[in-house]
Design a protein around this ligand. Sequence first.
Ligand SMILES: O=c1ccn([C@@H]2O[C@H](COP(=O)(O)OP(=O)(O)O[C@H]3O[C@H](CO)[C@@H](O)[C@H](O)[C@H]3O)[C@@H](O)[C@H]2O)c(=O)[nH]1
Length: 494
Amino acid sequence: MAAAGHDVQLPHVAIFPFMARGHTVPMTHLACLLRRRGLATVTFFSTPGNAPFVRGQLDDDVAVVELPFPDHVVARGAAECVEALDSLFPLPAFVEAVSALRPGLEVSLAAARPRVGLLVADAFLHWAHASAAALGVPTVAFLGGNMFATIMRDVILRDNPAAALLSGGGGAEAATFAVPEFPHVHLTLADIPVPFNRPSPEGPIMELNAKLWKAIAGSNGLIVNTFDAMEGRYVEHWNRDHRAGPRAWPIGPLCLAHGGTGTGTGAVEPSWMKWLDEKAAAGRAVLYVALGTAMAIPDAQLREVAGGLEAAAAAGVYFLWAVRPSDADLGAGFEERVEGRGMVVREWVDQWRILQHGCVRGFLSHCGWNSAVEGVAAGVPLAAWPMGAEQPLNAMLVVDELRVGVRVPVPTAMATGGHGVVGSEVIARVARELMMMAGEGKGGGGGEEARNVAALASKAREAVAEGGSSWKALEEMVATLCRPVEGDTPKPTK
Ligand SMILES: O=c1ccn([C@@H]2O[C@H](COP(=O)(O)OP(=O)(O)O[C@H]3O[C@H](CO)[C@@H](O)[C@H](O)[C@H]3O)[C@@H](O)[C@H]2O)c(=O)[nH]1
């Protein structure tokens, strides 16, 4: 492996994302940021199957090294990214299957010239941290989530609020548990990710969780895609009082690495961009709808979303919906009926670019952490509709603490992992209320959440600008953790 052939005096940072879009996208932003700021030479690892996507996200001066799966794994037809799985239940097995890349990573790291001074590896690739450590390469872990949810996860493991809540008998679903260190935070069973919301959580997800945290604890740092004005108190708490992992480095929002221009802007404008331009020219405000890349949403729920958006459109709301999966059945004639008011896109879009479009004023989101950060960084208030994982905690941060969004009311049984759907009338109401609250522009007009998100977006830009908190954190992280290039003697390898 040879890094892009210039800047040999710079430290060499290698980046290895987990094969899920929500993990890969921010890592590609980090790679571009390190290059654009001249902080490092960067090599980005990818499987061949994910490489075209990765190359489309990266600047040309980031070297991409492909690590193919060994033949026996290919023969088993292994998926190459989380989005290819039917649901998140096989996630632990997928994570283990990906460890077949380990020998390839080790060969590549050992042969790298200049030597790799720092490996930024996703915590899901827990074995990559051990491989790098064995080669004397420091590592920094990337988890994809925020500091708030990370701390809450620790509190939940330590204090087992589920046991306390369920021992109370009736009404446990709605009862709250105050977090000792942060008394303003009240958790309910619905806020606690499955299976942590069970009194004795166990099974493959818990085993995976233990492996991830062992890797993080053994690494030299933890990158968090956040910034001081958003989560400063939680980062401070982690770095001062927590012993569950190494120092956290808040270096976000990483989407701002592209300086507000978006990624992958090709010569031909995509249809959704033209549509947004038309709406802007007509003075319309648009609601952007995207409910995540990793979780399968049942067709019945997607049809309720369609019904809700259709009703909202009839009441004057314009919307752009990036639908997953691409072949989702939204009900006969839906797209024709909303034509002109609503656009449905079934391909990969440049979400960051969409959110920055002047006419996009509201975001109905599952509150995956990247989406939440991107919404904030673009100054777009959110309607938070968590679907699983740590998303309920993200929604708490966005709605209750930062007050930059409103909540989609979800039946408690559904929020705690049970069945049920959010009805179209609820979606229509939230969509209308969000767009009314969003007001006329991104400049800070409209309701409280719209004003708050405009103010926070401006602090996000300050954080990544020269001398800002995230700007300094990234520089300090590289200087502190990265082995310098000079005097670099490679260790002998087998
Ligand atoms: O058509 C699309 C769809 C998505 N994106 C981008 O893909 C990323 C998606 O990330 P995120 O919003 O976090 O959603 P998920 O991929 O669904 O999130 C998974 O990963 C997150 C980060 O770990 C967790 O917070 C979530 O709970 C988990 O489901 C974002 O950068 C989006 O901008 C696009 O650019 N175009």
